[in-house]
Design a protein around this ligand. Structure first.
Ligand SMILES: *[C@@H]1O[C@H](CO)[C@@H](O)[C@H](O)[C@H]1NC(C)=O
Ligand SMILES: *[C@@H]1O[C@H](CO)[C@@H](O)[C@H](O)[C@H]1NC(C)=O
Ligand SMILES: *[C@@H]1O[C@H](CO)[C@@H](O)[C@H](O)[C@H]1NC(C)=O
Ligand SMILES: *[C@@H]1O[C@H](CO)[C@@H](O)[C@H](O)[C@H]1NC(C)=O
Length: 234
């Protein structure tokens, strides 16, 4: 596992892609004016999920719906695979934006206009079919590709409902792409693949993340955070 840890630490580069919106209409051109965001769109796995897995039929009612989950901050299970807050919660606080609605908890443009979290616990970067073709089983039938599909649906909804607001939405959304890939690597390691075999997934995972970001950035990008893989193993 040590080799995996080193490999993943090497990947733990946290990129902060500051792609400045060309049409930003706000009062200040200051790059660091965090108060200019109106909403956040979140993507990822259990490091970022704030409620989707508890609604998603294959995973609803999981252990994180029961105490002690949520005990150190919310006082009750909060849809997070955590006793407290996740990175996205601190970011929401710092950016002074509303807590994004878990995608599965909403339906309409009005539900989604204040931000959406598309992350789902157990999600892999690679599609389940791709993993299956490598002889690997994913934990949930859900990948980053599904999250980008959900996102595209929301963009369509928002665009349909508030066409004149489109430019504003473009300039005032913050994108948070949390850690992705760890569930792919776990799927491999738990299938008793070697570290080298597991390493061979890395370019595929990076490729999927890269294409997801292309999809996300096409219609709306203002600013994007991309998280790295945390340390695994011992
Ligand atoms: C996820 O994507 C796959 C492949 O496109 C699709 O078959 C499946 O229905 C999607 N799942 C959800 C929950 O949208
Ligand atoms: C948006 O509007 C178009 C054209 O009116 C329609 O075909 C499409 O289904 C709508 N999309 C959503 C997500 O409501
Ligand atoms: C992995 O190896 C362990 C120990 O040999 C074994 O118990 C387990 O069933 C194996 N798992 C898979 C998925 O092959
Ligand atoms: C929003 O709607 C307009 C007009 O219907 C369309 O031209 C544009 O491509 C849409 N933008 C996105 C991001 O869907």
């Amino acid at each position: 596992m040590a080799a995996v840890a080193r490999l993943l630490v090497a990947l733990l580069v946290v990129f902060l892609v500051c792609a400045k919106a060309t049409s930003y209409p706000g009062p200040s051109d200051d790059h660091h004016d965090l108060a200019r965001y109106s909403r956040i769109f979140g993507f990822g796995n259990s490091f970022t999920d704030t409620g989707n897995a508890d609604i998603f039929p294959p995973t609803a009612g999981g252990i994180d719906t029961r105490p002690p989950y949520g005990e150190t901050f919310f006082g009750h299970p909060s849809g997070r695979a955590s006793d407290g807050r996740l990175l996205i919660d601190f970011l929401v606080e710092e950016l002074k934006v509303p807590q994004p609605l878990p995608y599965l908890a909403g339906k309409t443009a009005a539900d989604f206009v204040l931000g959406v979290n598309f992350a789902l616990s157990g999600a892999t970067a690679l599609e389940p079919e791709s993993l299956r073709s490598m002889g690997l089983m994913s934990f949930v039938p859900f990948s980053l590709v599904n999250e980008t599909k959900w996102f595209e649906h929301v963009v369509q909804l928002l665009n349909n409902s508030s066409a004149p607001e489109q430019r504003k939405i473009t300039a005032t959304s913050f994108f948070f792409v949390g850690e992705m890939g760890i569930n792919d690597y776990y799927a491999s390691l738990l299938s008793n693949r070697t570290v080298d075999q597991t390493k061979s997934l890395v370019p595929h995972v990076v490729g999927v993340i890269r294409s997801a970001i292309t999809v996300l950035t096409a219609p709306l990008l203002s600013e994007l955070y991309l998280g790295g893989v945390r340390r695994m193993g011992v």
